[in-house]
Write a protein that binds this ligand. Sequence first.
Ligand SMILES: CC(C)(COP(=O)(O)OP(=O)(O)OC[C@H]1O[C@@H](n2cnc3c(N)ncnc32)[C@H](O)[C@@H]1OP(=O)(O)O)[C@@H](O)C(=O)NCCC(=O)NCCS
Length: 227
Amino acid sequence: MKERIKNLMKRKPWLLNLIAWVHNFLRYNNSWKYRRRQTIKFSGAFLKKCRFDVNGTNNSIIIGSKARLNNCKFIIIGNGCKIVIGGGSTIISDTVFWCEDENSTIIIGDDFTMEGGHIATTEGESIVIGNDCMFSGGIDIRNGDSHSIMDLASKKRINRAKPVQIGDHVWLAAYVRILKGANIPSNVIIGNSSVVSTALEKENAIYAGMPAKLVKESIYWERERFT
Ligand SMILES: CC(C)(COP(=O)(O)OP(=O)(O)OC[C@H]1O[C@@H](n2cnc3c(N)ncnc32)[C@H](O)[C@@H]1OP(=O)(O)O)[C@@H](O)C(=O)NCCC(=O)NCCS
């Protein structure tokens, strides 16, 4: 039965969009408030208990078809900001997406799962996450510090935001924190409660600790738990 419904959806994408529209209508979200001044598109995606709070102009939030989001918040305070979340088997719950300032972006690939946390971009910088990533709960990702640190002599700011880049098929274990300038290669695992604030070098590796250091190499990981 499930297979038959799946095949039907493949043959008739408008049916998926219709079912998603009814689902989203019944599980009221407030995106309609922003229809005139912002771009918010989630055709074919399923949103439950999601809220939008978008201030400024020319901002966009685009969520891919078949993505399922539960209890997520999208907060934008700025102009030209962009949040793009891929579809497919994407499932996200209890997550806040936060964009501030001019042209700050969060771009996430397809088949993404996340069990909760906070992804925040500021100062026109980006957070880019590849395809098929698996993030646990209690995750905090930010590309800026929100406040200024100044050099005593020059009085110049020394803590500008820096982009965050996460490759494909990256697993963040629970309570991982990713800070400005972090770059995580594909097929990497970041261990529970670790902090990443620099560019890590190796693919197919485990990094853990505070700050995260290489603890294992030549590994790959699967979502399925084999016996
Ligand atoms: C990252 C992880 C998956 C690695 O598991 P593993 O390959 O079996 O790793 P090991 O237990 O063999 O540990 C390897 C080394 O890394 C260290 N290490 C592992 N996790 C660590 C962590 N979170 N912080 C600091 N060091 C850590 C170990 O102490 C060990 O050090 P040693 O070689 O000096 O003895 C696991 O440590 C982890 O974080 N599990 C929690 C997963 C989770 O949060 N799941 C939630 C649902 S997604």
